[in-house]
Design a protein around this ligand. Structure first.
Ligand code: TEU
Length: 639
């Protein structure tokens, strides 16, 4: 079957019929907060793209249409071979735990978490019941972006410890029957990496290891792309009269994946770590590694929609699949290593093209659709809409057989989920909500990733009162850009507090002693005073705590494959106040019933409530109405 080539004469209906087109439409609707059915309108579907220019006035122009068609035409020949069943694997059955080492446990009093601290706390993780760890970067780094700016891939950052201590950590993890994956950042390196230093000396092949353009002496960057950390995405090197691309901080220089020598160097690094026995990697912004070769200007309309200019030219680049297939063939495949790709901006179809087992690229991905409510971005000050979450999760649960997704609400880049919904205070519904989120997290299909502190209900830090308390390069650059745009110091600080990644990076709250038991020194970032009322020690001994609830849920999942491989079937979808679904296998069925609101609401009509056996709930006793955030896990009695 000849695949359709898209151009401005293509209709919206033709675009929506293409899974990639559906993905693109979904992203646009999410960004402008229009309901999915908006595109189902027969009139809209019959419109040709070129007509959209007339209808939208200054918005949709030729460049916008060319961008959409380029993305669609790029998937030509990329196919998925259907499978008839889900292959069981350890990483589909595992519950992962993300450790942000800098904030986990400090054993030498220098105020930074370290490897010995992680070793010390392995028993805690084992008691929690998690079976795998994702370790955020511990490589040597100037720490401009807290380790996501690597200076030496084969060296441990000295304040975190030594390679010998890492080897001990890995042994101790494996001794406990757990696994460990590392963070792999191969879209960019630090500007202090030896490759970049040699590039600046024009030494081959390093002088082609990074994305750069001749400056021709002029002062304007090669294109209008902007950095995720404010300002233009280009550094100018006077001596060489060259511009270097940095999608992130000025000290994180984008690698040129068109260069085969670079690819081989990356393969060597990956195999070096796999030969040490690690179990896989989380791949940082891995969908950004292939850029449109001409590095064209970003479309201003798309830039306004997504908040960054140029992203359409690298979030799903022309050689992404080719690079990933070669990377896997030369590294992961021979070590049977698991990979989870962080893929900001990709939709369900694009993600299936990355993770379906017939594709031989990645194993699973972190999708971002659910991290903000429709029409909102992380930097907006708003309360999160759980009904929108439900619809997005139902969409992602639709990933086909042979594909696999992750389940996460938090990580080191996003605010604490309880605070997104209830605000930064110690809200009376903090723990019922935490338990409700845990039920979703551990009973949907996909591999759960718990971020450190999520299991005890850590919240955003309500004690940030000065920009001097922030550490994240993104927050500090944003503050400067807000001031530059005319905001007062208070206005700029308020905006930074709303979306700062530092909310996720305050030290783990172990107990109610100084600094929450994280460090006997001065922590690198302030400890959230919340540790006095919310900490692991206090919850460990309390059977009604969120921590105990997580343990019960993880145990339930670890011992019931229906919660891992069972089919997902939503029910009562029209009840916007509820999220109800089945998990179904040949031998058993679970029914999960959740109140998404802070109100008491009527239970959904179920003819045979008698057939339900309550297994776990975040409330004691039965109640005629569903209580605020009430979440119940039932097993159906087999008749
Ligand atoms: O994050 C990249 C990413 O897409 C989001 O974190 C988001 O773009 C970013 O927070 C800016 O808005 C990964 C890492 O998780 C993050 O910690 C790093 O800062 C970034 O890549 C660069 O390596």
């Amino acid at each position: 079957m000849t695949e359709q080539v898209f151009n401005q004469n293509s209709t919206i209906g033709q675009i929506l019929n293409h899974p990639m087109g559906k993905d693109i439409a979904d992203r646009l609707l999410l960004k402008i907060n229009l309901p999915p059915f908006f595109m189902n309108n027969i009139l809209i579907k019959s419109l040709q793209l070129k007509h959209m220019k007339l209808l939208s006035g200054r918005y949709i122009d030729d460049d916008f249409i060319k961008t959409i068609c380029t993305l669609l035409n790029q998937t030509k020949g990329e196919t998925i071979t259907p499978v008839s069943e889900q292959q069981p694997t350890w990483w589909k059955e595992a519950v992962f735990y993300q450790i942000y080492p800098r904030s986990f446990k400090d054993t030498d009093g220098d105020g930074l978490g370290d490897i010995l601290g992680i070793i010390e706390k392995l028993p805690y993780l084992q008691q929690l019941g998690v079976n795998a760890i994702w370790l955020s970067p511990i490589y040597d780094s100037p720490m401009d972006d807290m380790g996501y700016d690597i200076r030496d891939y084969k060296k441990i950052f000295e304040k975190y410890g030594t390679m010998e201590q890492f080897d001990t950590l890995l042994q101790e993890v494996h001794k406990r029957g757990m696994r460990l994956i590392m963070d792999l950042i191969i879209n960019h390196t630090s500007d202090e990496h030896t490759w970049f230093k040699r590039a600046l000396e024009n030494e081959a092949p390093y002088n082609d290891f990074y994305i750069s353009k001749k400056g021709n002496g002029n002062t304007t960057p090669p294109n209008n792309w902007t950095s995720f950390f404010s300002g233009p995405a280009w550094n100018y090197n006077e001596e060489q009269d060259r511009w270097y691309l940095h999608l992130f901080s000025k000290k994180q220089i984008d690698l040129n994946w068109e260069n085969n020598e670079l690819q081989k160097e990356i393969y060597d690094i990956v195999n070096w770590w796999l030969d040490k026995g690690i179990d896989g990697f989380r791949l940082d912004v891995i969908n950004y590694i292939s850029k449109q070769p001409e590095l064209p200007n970003g479309n201003e309309v798309i830039a306004k929609l997504v908040g960054y200019c140029g992203i359409e030219h690298y979030f799903y680049g022309p050689r992404l699949h080719e690079h990933l297939r070669k990377l896997r063939l030369n590294t992961f495949e021979t070590h049977n290593a698991v990979t989870v790709g962080e893929v900001p901006g990709l939709g369900v179809y694009m993600s299936e093209l990355l993770v379906h087992e017939s594709r031989k690229e990645l194993d699973m991905i972190f999708s971002f659709d659910h991290l903000d409510s429709p029409g909102k971005s992380r930097l907006d000050d708003y309360l999160y809409d759980l009904v929108a979450l439900k619809n997005i999760l139902i969409k992602w649960q639709g990933m086909g057989l042979g594909s696999w997704n992750t389940l996460f609400f938090e990580n080191h880049d996003n605010q604490r989920m309880i605070s997104k919904v209830l605000g930064n205070t110690n809200h009376p519904l903090r723990f019922p909500l935490g338990k409700m989120l845990a039920v979703i997290h551990l009973t949907l299909k996909g591999t759960p990733f718990i971020f450190q502190g999520e299991e005890i209900g850590m919240i955003n830090c309500n004690s940030f009162t000065s920009i001097d308390q922030f550490r994240d390069v993104e927050s500090l650059n944003l503050y400067a850009s807000f001031l530059q745009n005319g905001d007062s110091k208070d206005e700029a600080l308020k905006k930074v507090i709303a979306g700062s990644r530092d909310h996720a990076r305050t030290p783990f709250q172990w107990n109610d002693s100084e600094n929450g038991g994280f460090s006997t020194g001065t922590p690198w970032i302030m400890a959230n005073p919340d540790f006095k009322i919310c900490n692991a020690d206090q919850q460990n001994g309390d059977a009604t705590s969120l921590l105990s609830f997580y343990k019960k849920l993880i145990d339930l999942r670890n011992n019931n494959t229906v919660l891992i491989y069972g089919d997902f079937k939503p029910t009562h979808n029209l009840r916007n106040d509820l999220f109800c679904y089945y998990r179904i296998s040949e031998s058993e069925t679970y029914y999960i019933e959740i109140n998404l609101t802070q109100k008491h609401v009527p239970k959904p009509l179920r003819l045979k409530r008698g057939e339900l056996k309550l297994v776990l709930s975040n409330y004691e006793g039965n109640n005629f109405l569903l209580r605020p955030f009430e979440a119940c896990v039932y097993r159906l009695n087999q008749s």
